[in-house]
Design a protein around this ligand. Sequence first.
Ligand SMILES: C[S@@+](CC[C@H](N)C(=O)[O-])C[C@H]1O[C@@H](n2cnc3c(N)ncnc32)[C@H](O)[C@@H]1O
Length: 222
Amino acid sequence: MTEDTRWGDVEGYLAKTVVDEDEVLVGIRTRTVQAGLRPIEVSATDGALLALWCRLVGARRVLEIGTLGGYSATWLARAVGVQGSVTTLEMDPRAAEVAQENWRLAGVGDRVELILGAAADTLNSLVSSGTDPYDLVFIDADKKSNPAYLEAALALTHPGSLIVIDNVVRGGRVLGDSDDPDVVGTRRVLEMLGSDPRLQATAVQTVSSKGWDGFAVAYVLG
Ligand SMILES: C[S@@+](CC[C@H](N)C(=O)[O-])C[C@H]1O[C@@H](n2cnc3c(N)ncnc32)[C@H](O)[C@@H]1O
């Protein structure tokens, strides 16, 4: 048995034993793949962690960058409750269509708003429109743009908000001098997290069926 297989087996065990990934969430993952989208959504255990963070900060307004088939947005939408809302940004019209159907079937369509378009443009519009701040921002789109997304997240949050960034280890490629734009963007955003006095941050390595990766989480101090 390879290490990778054991990571996947343990992830399945933890998800089954600890996390309530119900048939609705499993259905979202299934329909996402059936629609021809890549299975690159967060794991069930990570979805549950996002939901826990929402509850811990009492999040009512959540912003997500990178929707895919709406899997993580469903965890977030459930966590914010009927009074809350999730705004999620996606540039792929096919993903948007699949996600909206998934939210309808999950019964959370009334609290999720998808804004179609390049996330950088949408974020600029949100900042310039003076929208109310978000309590939690989940960054999970094109990794090369993570520095710009973190800047926008800082403009769109308030002291006490959480900012979460996925896939910051990239199989260890974050170490070294790769000129892959996604690695460069990841390294830069980690440096920003570590040096910005407005943030208290950490980054954690993870292993799962998708291999070796990690996430960063930052608390907005003010
Ligand atoms: C990793 S997937 C998101 C997974 C989702 N957060 C989940 O866990 O269920 C990344 C998504 O970001 C979208 N994306 C990539 N670059 C983007 C951009 N510049 N603007 C908006 N969306 C983008 C992709 O089309 C893809 O659907």
